[in-house]
Design a protein around this ligand. Structure first.
Ligand code: SAH
Length: 364
């Protein structure tokens, strides 16, 4: 048992089984042993590769998307440009480089990063050293408090899938929360809460699901989108959320661990593997609309990137590339956009101020 597993076992022995959300929050964010606090997540040598690490074109397209929104707002002389969970800072770096082509934009932006990991903050600082120094925040609510004097342009790529989820399983008497307890061998293991939960926690569309069905909710994700949509409604701006997930309410256990680019056991070497769950975009869309902001999408990542122009950007990179680079550029483009790679499973959804028009990248 590693140090984090020992800590969790003690906690369970003292207080009883934990909701999965508590387990996930500790596995990813424990100040000493949490995955994002202690490991090297990204890249070939890390555990997984995210879209901005595959190709510079990803961050460039997002930068251009937000640049278009700034122009459509009438080029305000101050705007907050924020990213949630910036990883190594690659996306923000590529986005800012692309934004340089719009006169006045880089002078107008104040850069904000919401990041819980001191190690990753360090990498972000290094990778963004050529731009204005960013302001870091621990939580989204801190960012929103600091960003009330100008519109907000926000980006979140693979952030919501890292937020802690709760799971419930349908039994004969109702929905029982899936908890993390201890097996007879004293190892961390799933168990069910003996008493059913309140039905109000389960999306209505799934109330009649058959026995054994598993449903997930992400309370922190819902809170963040509530705060974000109210903020954008009141202060102006646009947020782009990109993540893997489903556009409609769905059921099933999507919690997964990833280590060295392979699926891994959720309860093995806790804190040493990445943990994620699919994002339910339907819930986030309903919350946004209820709070009076506008939604575009979700669109598939492939459709979204094509609509902004990743095809022609890739063509222009190919024109100046050496022969050995051409293959890399083409493969990266395919990984980002093709259905059999990230193009279909990943979705883009925008939360925008109702007065902001001519949003690109989405059909509706
Ligand atoms: N957006 C990056 C990294 C995705 S990984 C990319 O696409 O490459 C998730 C990121 O979110 C990491 O930077 C992680 O440290 C951060 N993160 C996860 N949960 C967080 C939380 N609750 N608060 C702040 N940052 C968080």
């Amino acid at each position: 048992m590693n140090a984090l597993e020992k800590y969790l076992s003690k906690l369970i022995s003292a207080q009883g089984p934990l909701p999965l959300s508590r387990f996930m929050a500790e596995a990813l964010g424990h100040p000493n042993y949490g995955y994002y606090m202690s490991q090297t997540p990204f890249g070939e040598k890390g555990d997984f590769i995210t879209a901005p690490e595959i190709s510079q074109t990803f961050g460039e397209m997002i930068g251009l998307w937000q640049a278009g929104n700034w122009l459509n707002m009438g080029s305000p002389n101050k705007v907050h440009l924020a990213e949630l969970g910036p990883g190594r800072g690659t996306l923000m770096q590529d986005a800012l480089r692309a934004m340089k082509i719009v006169p006045g934009l880089l002078d107008a932006v104040e850069i904000h990063l919401v990041e819980m990991s001191p190690r990753l903050r360090q990498q972000q600082q290094e990778n963004l050293s050529e731009f204005k120094p960013p302001l870091w925040h621990d939580q989204v609510s801190d960012l929103l408090k600091a960003a009330k004097d100008a519109p907000l342009l926000l980006i979140a790529n693979e952030f919501f899938d890292a937020l802690p989820i709760r799971q419930f399983e349908k039994g004969r008497q109702g929905w029982h929360e899936r908890l993390v307890g201890l097996s007879p061998e004293a190892e961390l293991a799933l168990c069910l809460a003996p008493v059913p939960c309140s039905l109000s926690l389960i999306p209505e569309a799934l109330h009649a699901a058959k026995s054994g069905t598993v449903v997930e909710i992400c309370p922190l994700g819902e809170t963040i989108v509530t705060e974000l949509s109210c903020h954008i409604r009141d202060n102006g701006g646009a947020a782009l959320l990109i993540d893997y997930g489903h556009s409609r309410h769905g059921s099933g256990d999507t919690l997964q661990a990833m280590k060295n680019h392979h699926y891994y056991s959720v309860f093995k070497n806790v804190g040493e593997a990445d943990l994620t769950a699919h994002v339910n975009f339907q819930v986030l869309k309903e919350i946004t609309l209820k709070n009076g902001a506008k939604v575009h999408g979700p669109a598939t990542q492939g459709d979204f990137l094509h609509a902004i122009g990743i095809g022609s950007r890739t063509q222009s990179l190919l024109k100046t590339a050496r022969d050995d680079q051409k293959e890399i550029i083409l493969t990266a483009y395919q990984r980002l956009t093709e259905d059999k790679h990230m193009g279909q499973l990943f979705k883009a959804m925008a939360i925008v101020n109702p007065e902001l028009e001519n949003i690109i990248g989405f059909e509706s």
